[in-house]
Write a protein that binds this ligand. Structure first.
Ligand SMILES: [Zn+2]
Length: 497
């Protein structure tokens, strides 16, 4: 009798491995199908069989029992740092809470709030969290607010090594920008540009991609990631698109996502980001654009016409009362939708659950916002955006990127249809195992070469250190307790009388 525990964590099992399960999301005739009491057989980095029972020889057959074997999720906006949006979501406005640099901080000279070691460690930790949530492909995103300027090549070299060692498929490129927003008076936000610095960032990113793309047996691929449309110049974006075509890599750029962006674009260019981009030929099918929650009809029509993919991250927006309007409308317009986590917890299942609920609140019919449609977006939608027909599906020839979800979880009982149960259950904590490129990258919450319990303690210390530095870059430099007041007032010890 073979078990998952017989396999070596972080390694690719030798020979053929048959994984038997009560349910498998198998691909057939261009779509996902539910296969009950079947097998997936993997060999090296590939799936070689899906079906009732593999007739050929296998080195081992592992019966996983009452689980759902699924293609691993593809996260187009994958949380890759210690999330700071959770700090601010209940403590606004952003300009008063260290989310926009105050003039004084800029004049003194912005600085890195984490050391290079801390930056490397938090990416490794975040990558492990993604694996724990059934995510096998990730396009990392991190905030630049606590950075000196953009992301660095050195930290991305460390990130590539972390992905290679842990066994996570990633699209990497240090984020760059030609400007930043500055708070010049309470509530007054202005962009400040340094185009040369942005162009150097692009050049560094191109160099990084040329050196790193394809490393770790292809686990690491390149991506160009200009950070936010409102802090990019036309030259930067034009050159980004030209470089992307040259390198054959995707571009991810946040737009149609926030009021500050809308106001800044209107002031600078007199229009919306999608219209501005279309005007100089920078909208195309390489572009992955989080989050489209503020895209209007014309913006969306431009996305549809130019093959832009929307990275849909419902959780982070639902928390502040915003939503994509709407999932079904975008689909009906022919816009490709992939999913992203973007915030803590980086939980794709939770995002699918919130996605279903928010779409229905936005007016989508029940069948237009069904769990399986979110599931498509989180698997084949992302794969198509990345032009990878070997990802996001389990069929012979596809990559062995697999997530195993526990369907016997007591808190989810009783089960109905496995996809509906998973999405209604709304948590990725039922992820039991993950294979990436045929390697067992995660099993029962453990990843290769990292003690997650120890890592959590270190992460908390590191994050607390960052929070301590918030007054430095918050308007008026109030103490932390004023920037982020507690949910309830602190308990006062009774006075002795
Ligand atoms: Zn985002």
């Amino acid at each position: 009798m073979n078990a998952l525990s017989d396999l070596r964590l972080g390694a690719r099992p030798s020979g053929r491995t048959a994984l038997a399960a009560r349910w498998i999301v198998a691909h057939q005739d261009g779509g996902h199908r539910l296969l009950e009491n079947g097998e997936v057989v993997i060999e090296k980095d590939r799936v070689i069989f899906t079906g009732p029972r593999f007739p050929g020889e296998v080195a081992r057959r592992i019966d996983l029992g009452e689980v759902l074997i699924s293609p691993g999720f593809i996260d187009l906006d994958a949380l890759s740092d210690l999330d700071t949006t959770t700090l601010g979501v209940d403590c606004g406005p952003a300009w008063a809470k260290g989310r926009v640099w105050p003039q004084g901080y800029v004049e003194r000279g912005p600085y890195e709030m984490y050391t290079p070691e801390e930056l490397a460690f938090q990416k490794r930790f975040a990558f492990a969290q993604l694996l724990m949530n059934g995510i096998t492909s990730a396009l990392p995103i991190a905030s630049l607010f606590y950075r000196e300027w953009g992301e660095t090549v050195a930290e991305f070299e460390a990130a590539a090594a972390a992905a290679g060692e842990l066994g996570l498929r990633v699209w990497l490129g240090p984020a760059y920008r030609s400007g930043g927003m500055v708070c010049t008076a309470p509530g007054v936000l202005e962009p400040r540009f340094d185009e040369a610095r942005g162009l150097r960032g692009l050049e560094d990113a191109v160099g990084f991609i040329r050196r790193t793309s394809g490393s770790f047996e292809g686990l690491v691929q390149g991506m160009l990631a200009p950070d936010r449309v409102e802090t990019s110049t036309q030259t930067l974006l034009s050159r980004t698109m030209a470089a992307a075509a040259d390198l054959d890599v995707p571009v991810r750029l946040h737009m149609a996502q926030g009021q500050m962006e809308l106001d800044t674009l209107r002031a600078l260019h007199g229009t919306t980001a999608p219209r501005w981009m279309a005007g100089f030929g920078a909208l195309n099918d390489r572009l992955i654009a989080p989050h489209a929650v503020l895209a209007d009809e014309t913006d969306l029509a431009l996305y549809a016409d130019h093959g832009v993919t929307v990275a849909h991250c419902p959780l982070v927006f639902a928390r502040s009362g915003a939503m994509l309007r709407s999932f079904a409308r975008l689909r009906a317009m022919g816009i490709r939708i992939g999913m992203g986590t973007d915030t803590a917890p980086p939980d794709m299942v939770l995002n699918m659950a919130v996605g279903v609920m928010m779409a229905r609140m936005a007016g989508d019919r029940i069948d237009e916002a069904a769990p399986q449609l979110m599931f498509d977006a989180a698997t084949t939608g992302g794969a198509d955006a990345l032009r990878r027909s070997d990802l996001g599906r389990l069929e012979p020839g596809a990559k062995a990127d697999i997530a195993v979800f526990d369907m016997s979880d007591i808190l989810m009982a009783p089960r109905v249809d496995p996809i509906r149960t998973l999405v209604l259950g709304a948590t990725g904590r039922v992820t039991r195992a993950v294979f990436v490129d045929g390697r067992l990258s995660m099993r029962d919450g453990q990843v290769a070469g990292m003690d997650m319990a120890e890592a959590r303690v270190r992460v908390q210390r590191q994050f607390d250190g960052l929070v301590d530095k918030y007054p430095d870059r918050t308007w008026g430099h109030p103490p932390v307790a004023e920037i982020f007041p507690g949910s309830y007032p602190a308990f006062s010890p009774p006075s002795r009388s």
